[in-house]
Design a protein around this ligand. Sequence first.
Ligand code: ADE
Length: 225
Amino acid sequence: MRIDILTLFPEIVLAPLGESMMKRAQEAGLVEIKAHNLRDWASGKHRKTDDYLCGGGQGMLLKPEPIFAAIEELRGASTKVVLLTPQGRVFKQKLACELSQEEHLIFLCGHYEGVDQRVVDELVDLELSIGDYVLTNGALAAAVVTDAIVRLLPGALGDARSAVDESFSDPQRLEAPAYTKPVEFRGMRVPEVFLSGHHAKIEVWKREQALRRTRENRPDLLEGS
Ligand code: ADE
């Protein structure tokens, strides 16, 4: 898989994707990730990438010319172009799974008030938001989405089971609480069921606790079930 990230702030994206599992996935050749500075496709002495809104109004918008030039250069026959924007469809685990099947993704990071609509109409296949809040630009969102996708690539997780058991693999349940050693810490004991060695009982306990946690933290997930 190849991921190209088009942003005014490549450093914001590169730091989180250069560590830990993201770093190992790239070293293992599972994914090639490149962050590009949109300014490299801007023309003129000042390499201007933004401009005032047509019809007036507060703020600036990313201009279409550098974005068209960049995407036309970077895209291939099987590229999906994704715009990160609070106006997009909300990113969920199911979509992460779907996007992990793609051969080539270009993430276009919005900035200021966003991008000229002609970019969306002509170049963008999917508008994506990582949640109902507004970031200063889409670069952090691109890093979040990239991380969620790359860890799903076969071979990226050390233990293949961890992608199956975790929260949102079942989109209607969060994960159950988990414990490690020591068995007793500051008077708090690991629940006895874990010490019983009885796997069926442990599974029942986990299901009950997953449901309790979902009810408390994310009742909205249960509404559909
Ligand atoms: N850019 C600014 N806010 C965003 C969000 N919530 N999701 C994706 N891109 C963004």
